[in-house]
Design a protein around this ligand. Structure first.
Ligand SMILES: Nc1nc2c(ncn2[C@@H]2O[C@H](COP(=O)(O)OP(=O)(O)OP(=O)(O)O)[C@@H](O)[C@H]2O)c(=O)[nH]1
Length: 312
């Protein structure tokens, strides 16, 4: 292919501005699912991430309080506007996960929800007279909250992480990391990372050949940081002339945005500033990959030489 430079100005270099204008008009859609035991600070973290009152707590102050509800999935959508850019953010809450006496198959409604949204989107895409802009209800990212217990993943966490990471972009976080000392946090994180490797969990962001050197390095840094040790708070204070979220403790105040205290800022910049579009783009791929690997497995099984059953 040869590259030609037109003799006169043609004007297609405005395409980036045309796309920008169209995107500004349409806005962006991000669907974020939060999964984890009640009382781990899911609603608080979402509200802290988007500096808005988006998610509502279900009233339990700690993970030890009893839950009487059956698990049901609820979603809430808000439009957030920043410098004329509109983000339609849907938070999908999965209350009651892992809180029941019998947690057998408690992940099924969550998995079903994710798969249903994919099927719905695919059906809309394949409709002959499809709308110009499809309403995308697919789950773009699952924030998975791990209890800061210092021991490691619970058996239920392993099962659910495995199931979810096959069909969605899963980002695990250590909840309420201000309840641990820095040394405890680091050793807990190392244990969790070893377990992620042991159970071969495919977590977001994925290594990709499509990235340039800079993107590859940044992705590697983020992959080494996972799970993010986070702190959320609805309280703010003015520190160095800037209003920041804080948590007050008997021993002092935690500035949620201070990277010495926690990795909230890293999570926020990774999810919102650098990977928002990638999360959306990767969503279809993640689901498709899982679907394809299952099909390949089925093909292999079907083509494998079958045991002969001999009749006597
Ligand atoms: N120490 C500490 N407490 C937190 C943190 N985030 C939230 N909390 C507190 O934990 C309690 C529960 O927080 P929520 O955000 O309602 O938790 P949730 O996981 O959404 O709970 P459900 O709505 O019941 O599923 C509240 O009292 C919060 O103030 C945190 O990072 N550190």
């Amino acid at each position: 292919m040869t590259s030609i430079e037109p003799k006169n100005y043609v004007g297609f270099d405005t395409i980036t501005r045309q796309i920008e204008r169209r995107l500004l008009k349409r806005g962006f859609q991000l669907n974020l699912m939060v999964v984890g035991q009640s009382g781990l600070g899911k609603s608080t973290l979402i509200n802290t991430l988007f500096a808005s009152q988006i998610a509502h707590s279900h009233g339990r102050k700690s993970a030890d309080e009893p839950v009487e509800r059956t698990p049901e999935i609820q979603s809430v959508t808000h439009t957030i506007v920043e410098n004329d850019v509109r983000l339609q953010l849907t938070v999908i809450d999965t209350p009651g996960y892992g809180d029941q006496m019998n947690n057998d198959k408690c992940w099924e409604p969550i998995v079903k929800y994710i798969k249903d949204q994919h099927s719905l989107y695919l059906r809309k895409e394949l409709t002959a007279q499809r709308d110009k802009y499809l309403n995308d209800t697919r789950v773009h990212c699952v924030l998975f909250f791990i209890q800061p217990n210092g021991h490691g993943l619970k058996p239920l966490d392993v099962v659910v992480l495995k199931k979810l990471s096959e069909i969605a972009n899963v980002v695990p976080v250590i909840a309420k990391s201000d309840t641990m000392t820095l040394a405890e946090r680091e050793s807990f994180k190392a244990k969790l990372q070893a377990e992620f490797a042991q159970y071969k969990l495919r977590l977001y962001p994925y290594a990709s050949d499509e990235y340039d050197v800079e993107e590859r390095e940044y992705t590697e840094t983020i992959r080494n940081m996972i799970p993010f040790a986070v702190v959320g708070s609805s309280e703010t204070a003015t520190i160095d002339g800037k209003e920041v979220p804080v948590r007050h403790h008997r021993w002092g105040t935690v500035n949620v945005e201070n990277t010495m205290h926690c990795e909230f800022v890293h999570l926020r910049s990774f999810l919102i500033t650098t990977h928002l579009q990638d999360l959306i783009d990767t969503t279809a791929h993640t689901h498709y990959e899982s679907f394809r690997s299952k099909q390949l497995l089925a093909l292999k099984e079907n083509s494998a030489p079958r045991k002969r059953v001999e009749s006597k």
